[in-house]
Design a protein around this ligand. Structure first.
Ligand code: GDP
Ligand code: MG
Length: 174
């Protein structure tokens, strides 16, 4: 079985922990300690291949600048999460992406962009889907809107990052 490490990154409060817990336990854990960085393992089958995922639910992104020493350094792929009710989290996501590419010394890296809290009523949405879509097309990165609360698209984003990793590492297809 192939081991794959996925790091879940994004501004505080966007739902990284809730999305991770929804994926692991099929439930919505409304409150999660914002300071805790936790790592989980889960065996999955994606497109008929078996993987052992290690998922790092990160916290404390201000230290991102010096994360060469941190566990993020060896992520095989990233879920970049923002809240569709938080323009600042979408701006920060774009900065995080740049930092990841700098750290990995690459023009591209396996990533999926995740607009979370899709369940919120439309009047609370403040980041336009079209704007995010245009950005994601320009950088050639898959985009999904999720809800940790309802479970919408949560499994899909983890599976999609596995597919992105597989594309970038042909040896995993054996
Ligand atoms: P993190 O700091 O990125 O790990 O964010 P958390 O997972 O701790 O979530 C922050 C807050 O957003 C909590 O109050 C959650 O209950 C809430 N939240 C997370 N995901 C969703 C979602 O999909 N929909 C809604 N409505 N609230 C969410
Ligand atoms: Mg958290």
């Amino acid at each position: 079985m192939t081991d794959i490490k996925i790091c879940v990154v994004g501004s505080g409060g966007v739902g990284k922990s809730c999305v991770t817990v929804r994926f692991l336990k099929q439930k919505f854990a409304e409150y999660y300690d914002p300071t805790i960085e936790e790592s989980y393992r889960k065996p999955v089958t994606v497109d008929e291949k078996d993987y052992e995922l290690e998922i790092v639910d990160t916290a404390g992104q201000d230290e991102f600048a010096s994360f060469r020493d941190s566990s993020l350094d060896y992520g095989d792929g990233f879920l970049l999460v923002f809240g569709i009710n938080s323009p600042s989290s979408f701006a920060e996501l774009q900065e995080l992406r740049k930092k990841i590419l700098l750290m990995k010394e690459a023009d591209s890296y396996p990533m999926v962009i995740v607009g979370n809290k899709k369940d919120l009523p439309p009047d609370q949405r403040t980041v336009s889907e079209a704007e995010v879509q245009a950005f994601c097309e320009s950088i050639n990165c898959p985009y999904y809107e999720t809800s940790a609360k309802t479970g919408l698209n949560v499994e899909e984003v983890f599976f999609e990052v596995v597919r992105q990793i597989r594309k970038s590492k042909p040896e995993l297809n054996k």
